[in-house]
Design a binder for this molecule. Structure first.
Ligand code: TPP
Ligand code: MG
Length: 321
């Protein structure tokens, strides 16, 4: 977590590279059969995770989703621990029994990655109300997708948060698609920030490709919540470069759409800014990328050395009525 008042662009650039290269490696490990089940990757959405998490302070918490690898890494989970979880190894953050959809670390404020669409929102409201009751100056963030704004829990959570003036920030990662459906085929709006209106609190549209815009809007919302002024809904306009999950080639996307979004790639946008103001040259950026790639490869190699959980370890999580 960086100091929310002084953005550390170089650290953000490195973290966004880490997330991008982590996800590319996950895809590779899947193709090799080293990861079982499924996975939901977040390439293209890195500025949302890094910019928003950068607005958190120690003691703040967040919930995210099955597409939450970016948030977990932005909150400081070691790539090795994340890889181990994805590969079902006992040194993973959830002991290897959670897998790709459960990169969780309560000690870092990551109180839940949820596979049920919309399920993280009421958990974040609950955490926010707990802060209120305990008179703690903390804020809860909740990351979820555009599709989740059509789920009942979205509306229930926004309603209760408004009634209780809860210190919570709702963050829609609007990547234009639900599982396979374009937003407009399931939702009568283009701008989901408008969904805050009926609940009487602000909804803000944010350029989700621009880490500074994400950080600025999230910092404003977090500090508003911390002042006791209640919730905000942030709509981050972004795009997922890959399909919904590992098995989805995303053939339903119109021609040229992916290219339009990659032409405003969040890592390249920040990289261009760092080069233009002389802070990190393109050569140094390439060197940084190679360094991060080496770290990612080494982390995956170490993670695969970890044993699978024993039967006794897994039995702790099995309920029989
Ligand atoms: C309650 C519930 N309904 C349906 C599903 C199946 N499902 C998994 S992801 C998904 C799409 C959600 O889209 P969005 O909220 O936009 O998130 P994204 O996958 O784009 O990050 C659906 C329908 C689910 N996991 N939970
Ligand atoms: Mg979506």
């Amino acid at each position: 977590m960086s100091d929310p008042l002084s953005p550390d662009h170089v650290a953000w650039f490195r973290k966004m590279l880490e997330i991008r290269l982590f996800e590319e490696k996950v895809q590779e490990l899947f193709m090799q059969g080293a990861i079982q089940g499924t996975t939901h990757l977040c390439q293209g959405q890195e500025a949302v995770s890094v910019g928003a998490i950068g607005a958190m302070r120690p003691g703040d918490v967040q919930t995210n989703t099955y597409r939450g690898h970016g948030e977990a890494l932005a909150l400081g989970m070691a790539p090795e621990t994340a890889f181990a979880e994805l590969m079902g190894r006992s040194s993973g953050c959830s002991g290897g029994v959670g897998g790709s959809m459960h990169l969780i670390d309560v000690s870092k404020g990551n109180i839940g990655a949820n596979a049920i669409v919309g399920a993280g929102l009421p958990i974040a409201v609950g955490a926010a109300v707990a802060f209120q009751i305990r008179q703690q100056p903390h804020v809860a963030l909740s990351f979820f997708g555009d599709g989740a704004t059509n789920i009942g829990t979205f509306h229930e959570a926004l309603n209760m948060a408004a009634v209780w003036t809860a210190p919570v920030v709702f963050i829609i990662t609007n990547n234009l698609y639900g599982e396979y459906s374009p937003l407009r085929s399931t939702t009568p709006l283009d701008d989901l920030a408008r969904r805050a209106g009926p609940y009487g609190f602000p909804g803000v549209i944010v350029d989700g490709q621009d880490v500074d815009a994400v950080h600025g809007a999230t910092s404003d919302a977090v500090e508003r919540a911390r002042r006791g002024e209640g919730p905000t809904l942030l709509e981050m306009k972004t795009y997922r470069y890959r399909g919904h999950s590992r098995a989805d080639p995303a053939k339903y996307r119109p021609e040229g759409e992916l290219e339009r979004w990659t032409s405003r790639d969040p890592i390249e946008l920040l990289g261009a800014r760092l080069a233009a103001d002389g802070r990190v040259s393109p050569d140094d950026q390439a060197a940084m990328r190679a360094e991060v790639q080496a770290e990612i490869d080494a982390a995956a190699d170490r993670a695969v050395q970890s044993p699978y959980p024993t039967l006794e370890e897994t039995e702790r999580y099995v309920y029989a009525g």
